[in-house]
Design a protein around this ligand. Structure first.
Ligand code: GDP
Length: 461
């Protein structure tokens, strides 16, 4: 059971829609007094007698003065988003009017909501588990189709379900092993070791799969950083412009990135590609790489998840390209080779010229030819053909770290079993494993952790 925070009995109020002028704005109240508070501002009807899930049109008034004509949606707990009595007031979207309504609710005894407080209450009332609540934040922040799908899948309980089934089975084993402790004099085994091994393997596989999905999840949530690298005049800025013309993404803010290293973002098939240091390309300054070993270019490449190596097919020999590739491989870079200015030669000639080097994409940046092949390559490189966004994907660093702890404790349990160590030590490792599994779904959390997680939401969510 979660401890109730101070202020838990309060009725909270906040604007649920975005700040600024809109056709309508929605103000949401949640808590024991929601219906009473709004009822005192709504003379047209007695809302306290209204059934749940009903709509009511009328004037909102304070001290006889009309504030707005509104639609009131009424949800009685526990069948509401937060599990408490919830009222949503849809008013006209003037920030001034909405502010007046919020103030009127405060005058009647509501308190302004803290960031994420609605979702926090939903969690504390058991409407969502923690992973689902965090997915709500991700959904609100999602700016591509892929991030939307992933967040939605997780809100529906995607991977929480996975984990809680495994957790339940581990709990059973843990109970059996702890039972053995009570009979420790008699050398009995209640917990079937073979079955325990099998279960461990299963948990390990699931955990590993989830942890592995984090890389992709991170990509979906935060985007993939791409560096376009090549000699001067290879056509980098031409390519950049061609890509941006069709795929420029609308992004306000991407977590963990700064404006000075990232200039432009592309949205290709729902994945965000962040083109780093495009300023360098435009200014034709430090992007010059006569030798790939040059420090600045190298730093830029190593910062990128993917490197687009662009070369002029008329200027570069196959031997020279091979030595560049060798350097990339030594540095363990993920790269795509793109032969530009292919407009002057036939593809067959080019394949012939570079026959020893497979996988080159030949394009004409200037004529915007075959750039779609390059885009497909980029997406493939990220997804590696093995994941769709309908799969369960971890996008949250907190979950990822907990999964790492789960994996480590699984190794310890297995080592313990292999070495026949006493049951009480094995029981400890199982408990540790359960602890971290529980941390993900929120079965085990501290108040500090919760406050931290929900403080990252915006107000009104
Ligand atoms: P950067 O120095 O790598 O950024 O190269 P630019 O994009 O400035 O291009 C250098 C020159 O190559 C310009 O005159 C471009 O018009 C030309 N160029 C770029 N892409 C192509 C292409 O696909 N075909 C041809 N024929 N010329 C190109």
């Amino acid at each position: 059971m979660h401890g109730k925070s101070i202020g838990w009995d309060d009725t909270i109020v906040a604007l649920a829609t975005a700040q600024g002028i809109g056709a309508i704005g929605v103000i949401r109240l949640s808590g024991r007094q929601s219906i009473n508070i709004v009822n005192r501002l709504f003379p047209a009807k007695d809302l306290t007698q209204a059934p749940s899930h009903t709509l009511h049109v009328g004037y909102l008034k304070e001290h006889g003065k009309v504030l707005d004509e509104v639609v009131i949606s009424l949800f009685k707990g526990p069948k509401s988003y937060t599990g408490e009595d919830v009222i949503e007031i849809s008013g006209h979207g003037s920030p001034y009017v909405l502010q007046q309504i919020i103030q009127a609710c405060v005058n009647q005894g509501a308190r302004l909501a803290k960031p994420g407080e609605y979702t926090q209450r939903a969690f504390l009332n058991g409407k969502l588990d923690l992973a689902q609540a965090e997915a709500v934040a991700d959904l609100i922040a999602s700016n591509t189709e892929a991030s939307r799908k992933t967040a939605l899948h997780n809100i529906r309980g995607g991977f929480s379900e996975h984990l809680s089934v495994l957790r339940d089975r581990l709990i059973k084993f843990s109970a059996l092993i702890e039972l053995e402790l009570d009979f420790s004099q008699e050398d009995v085994e209640f917990a079937d070791r073979t079955q325990l091994y099998e279960l461990l393997t299963e948990v390990q596989q699931t955990t590993q799969q989830l942890a592995a999905s984090f890389q992709l999840g991170n990509v979906i949530k935060n985007g993939v950083s791409v560096a376009i690298i090549g000699k001067p005049n290879a056509g980098k800025s031409t390519l950049l412009n061609a890509l941006l013309n069709e795929n420029r993404a609308i992004v306000s803010d991407i977590a963990g990135t700064t404006r000075d290293t990232i200039e432009e973002v592309l949205n290709i098939d729902g994945i965000l590609f962040r083109l780093i240091d495009t300023a360098g390309i435009r200014e034709h300054t430090h992007d010059v790489i006569e030798s790939i070993g040059m420090e600045k270019a190298l730093a830029k490449m190593q910062q990128a998840d993917v490197v687009i190596y662009l070369f002029d097919v008329n200027e570069v020999s196959s031997a020279e390209l091979q030595s560049t590739i060798n350097e990339f491989n030594n540095k363990k870079l993920k790269y795509v080779l793109v032969g530009n200015k292919a407009d002057a030669s036939s593809e067959a000639d080019l394949r012939n010229k570079f026959s020893s080097i497979p996988g080159i994409t030949f394009i004409s940046a200037k004529e915007n030819r075959h750039t779609e092949v390059l885009k497909e390559k980029l997406v493939d490189l990220v997804l590696q053909g093995k994941v769709t966004t309908d799969d369960t994907i971890i996008t949250n660093a907190r979950h990822f770290h907990a999964l790492q702890e789960v994996l480590q404790s699984l190794i310890d349990i297995r080592n313990g079993l292999d070495n026949n160590i006493p049951s009480d030590l094995i029981a400890l490792d199982i408990r540790r494993c359960l602890h971290y599994l529980g941390e993900i779904t929120g079965e085990i959390t501290t108040e500090d952790q919760l406050d931290y997680i929900f403080s990252k939401f915006c107000i009104g969510k």
